[in-house]
Write a protein that binds this ligand. Structure first.
Ligand SMILES: Nc1ncnc2c1ncn2[C@@H]1O[C@H](COP(=O)(O)OP(=O)(O)O)[C@@H](O)[C@H]1O
Ligand SMILES: [Mg+2]
Length: 245
């Protein structure tokens, strides 16, 4: 459903590419984890997939259609299909859990309604339902600033889920959390993936977590793919290549 052909990304005033001739194909049902040390190109890859970063050369296809050839309205429709999950949650601290979750509906509504924060009873009921799914029904009216990291990420996931996305994209969704919480958040992501999502692609550092949950692993190094395969084939040798030297 998403395909990258020969995608190369150069940032301005840099000598080496952040991504170098990357060819990838993501299919329905996959739960993909992308590994690589800091600077390997993981975030750039995710941003190419959601259209926030234009490849310098190469193309990204969604359902066979090139992303760069779409106009703004068409790009907005694509983004609506992507539930983004961020390392630092990207929530509004002074608003409540429910209010933050409802911003997941913004892609479906007029900008005036969004500005005024007017939501129908149905939208609020749907938001409460997804908050129940992520285990936050008791925290609906609590402000984000009074939540733990794990609870904040559950709000981030609820907001993404409310969009009814086909795809989950995560840029280090558990990097700010302690190991136990990280594990529980990944378990939740995988459960939601199995029930509601066609494709999930998650960047992360933690190889053990990736091996536990992913159906496919990709390792990036200096903007190049050095591994793409089954978790059980990700050997100690490839681990070393990914993270050392
Ligand atoms: N906005 C930017 N301007 C210039 N260089 C950038 C920018 N964003 C990322 N880079 C560089 O691109 C490379 C890949 O970065 P990134 O995709 O953020 O990797 P990762 O997410 O794996 O840490 C790095 O060398 C990084 O320094
Ligand atoms: Mg990154």
């Amino acid at each position: 459903m998403i395909r990258l052909t020969d995608v190369t990304v150069y940032y301005p005033n840099t000598e080496s590419p952040a991504l170098s001739s990357v060819n990838l194909r993501f299919d329905e049902g996959e739960f993909v984890c992308v590994l690589g040390k800091s600077g390997a190109g993981k975030s750039t890859l995710i941003r190419c997939m959601n259209g926030l970063q234009q490849p310098t050369t190469g193309e990204v296809f969604w359902d066979g259609e090139p992303l760069t050839k779409r106009n703004n309205e068409q790009q907005r429709l694509v983004r609506r299909e992507i539930g983004m999950i961020f390392q630092h949650f990207n929530l509004i601290p002074r608003l409540t859990v429910l209010q933050n979750t409802l911003t997941g509906m913004f892609g479906y509504r007029s900008s005036v309604k969004n500005l005024l924060g007017i939501f129908s009873k149905e939208e609020i009921d749907n938001a409460k339902r997804v908050l129940d799914v992520v285990g936050l029904s008791e925290f609906v009216n609590r402000r984000i600033e009074h939540l733990s990291g794990g609870q904040k990420q559950r709000v981030g996931i609820a907001r993404a889920l409310l969009q009814k996305p086909r795809v989950f994209l995560g840029d280090e969704p558990v990097a700010s959390l302690d190991p136990g919480t990280a594990n529980r958040i990944f378990l939740l992501l995988k459960e939601l993936h199995d029930r509601h999502i066609l494709l999930s692609v998650m960047n992360l550092h933690d190889v053990e977590l990736a091996k536990q949950f992913a159906t496919r692993l990709i390792a990036l190094k200096n903007g190049e793919i050095i591994f793409d395969g089954k978790p059980e084939d990700f050997t100690q040798e490839i681990f070393k290549q990914t993270y050392h030297s």
